[in-house]
Design a protein around this ligand. Structure first.
Ligand code: SAH
Length: 370
């Protein structure tokens, strides 16, 4: 029999002692257990890691987000001090790329306090290295810990998909929720048990029997918290992730390791576990906390309307000056394939979405209007 790893031993012992845990609690331990969680022990990004995210594909992603942040800051009245908050910054690549091009913008960097919401100590170290040239960088485990009253701009890429989800299904005995239990031979397994009433408020208005509904009270609370901060301090949020725009049914929970799908319940802590984001519930959480929101856009549309292709063209023009023809071809190829990956509908362009919510100023958000 396969031996259990430390995190599996912990989960098996806990479930045996206290009973089955919800799917969300399982996901939270698998990703964020303080000693053995996936993000605590791994740097999962890039071709040698488990998955590749947009900022790791191309510098253009972070650079155009940097331009978006500058434009937003100006529309907010260019406050002399504000918090630029990134949720789940991974290696810190997005923030580094976003800030790189902004030194020429008068007053912007002086006004910027970099706030990173990150609970992995391994990744905090990477972020510290990546952003070592900036003096005002601070780390937080939760957005509600940031206790000053400065206006905020919140950004995030592939953060919402890492927040725990629950699965609900209605059968002849009523609504059931998925739990993780332990079999007689100490294996983790699923079972359904009656769902608590408060979970049902997260379901879509219309539901069918015997279908799985994926809900995320944790994601809802997180977005509501961000929106509450924006409402009380003024500002805006821009969040990218893969997901869908209208509520629907289906199980999208997936485990990935070395760019291949894996089983959610095996090798716990060694696989990344994520779920597609229900953007309709993100937007409704933001609105219910008093923010205004733009219609959700596809990543490809957003990048096109904010001018990512012009940035790519500029980089191509720079690359065209490289003397070594082999190197030049390689760099040009890399720029074209990475832009294609980010924007093309059959790559990340359609599957990935972006949402924006704000409060406290008249906002014409770049990328959401054309
Ligand atoms: N934005 C980065 C990384 C995405 S992976 C990129 O696009 O490359 C998810 C990130 O969120 C990691 O940095 C992970 O450590 C962090 N994270 C996941 N769950 C978290 C939580 N509950 N609180 C804070 N950070 C979390």
């Amino acid at each position: 029999m396969k031996t259990l790893n430390k995190l599996e031993e912990f989960l098996v012992a806990r479930i045996k002692a206290h009973g089955p845990i919800s799917l969300g609690e399982f996901m939270s331990h698998a990703l964020c257990h303080p000693r053995y969680g996936y993000y605590q022990v791994n740097d999962p990004f890039g071709s040698k890691g488990d998955f590749t995210t947009a900022p790791e594909i191309s510098q253009i992603f972070g650079e155009v987000i940097g331009a978006w942040v500058v434009d937003t800051w100006k529309q907010m009245g260019a406050p002399q001090s504000f918090n630029l908050i990134e949720c789940g910054p991974g290696r810190g690549t997005l923030m580094a790329d976003a800030l790189r091009g902004t030194s020429g913008v008068q007053g912007f960097l002086d006004a910027t306090n970099i706030c990173l919401v990150e609970n992995s100590t391994v990744l905090r170290k990477k972020q510290q290295k990546q952003l070592s040239q900036y003096s005002r960088v601070r780390w937080w485990s939760d957005i509600s810990e940031i206790d000053d009253s400065l206006p905020v701009i919140i950004i995030g890429n592939e953060f919402l998909d890492a927040l725990p989800v629950e699965h609900l299904m209605r059968n002849e005995s009523g609504w059931q929720k998925k739990e993780v239990c332990v079999t007689d031979d100490d294996k983790l397994s699923y079972e359904w048990s009656p769902a608590q009433q408060h979970l049902l408020s997260f379901l879509p208005a219309k539901t069918s029997s015997n279908e799985t509904y994926e809900i995320s009270p944790v994601r809802h609370d997180f977005v509501a918290k961000c929106a509450g901060v924006i409402r009380s301090k003024n500002g805006a949020a821009l969040m990218f992730d893969y997901g869908y725009e209208l509520p629907c049914c289906g199980d999208t929970l997936q485990a990935v390791r070395k760019h291949e799908y894996a089983s959610v319940l095996s090798d716990v802590g060694l696989n990344d576990i994520t779920a597609h984001v229900d953007f309709s519930s993100v937007v409704s959480a933001a609105k219910s906390s008093g923010c205004l929101s733009f219609p959700v856009r596809q990543q490809g549309q957003f990048l096109a309307s904010i001018g990512a292709q012009y940035r790519a063209q500029y980089l191509e023009n720079c690359a065209a000056k490289i003397d070594d023809s082999e190197k030049r071809q390689e760099v040009l190829r890399d720029i074209r394939t990475s832009v294609d990956r980010l924007m093309s509908p059959n790559e990340m362009g359609e599957l990935f979405k972006v949402c924006c919510f704000y409060s406290g100023f008249n906002f014409n958000a770049a990328g959401f209007c054309a």
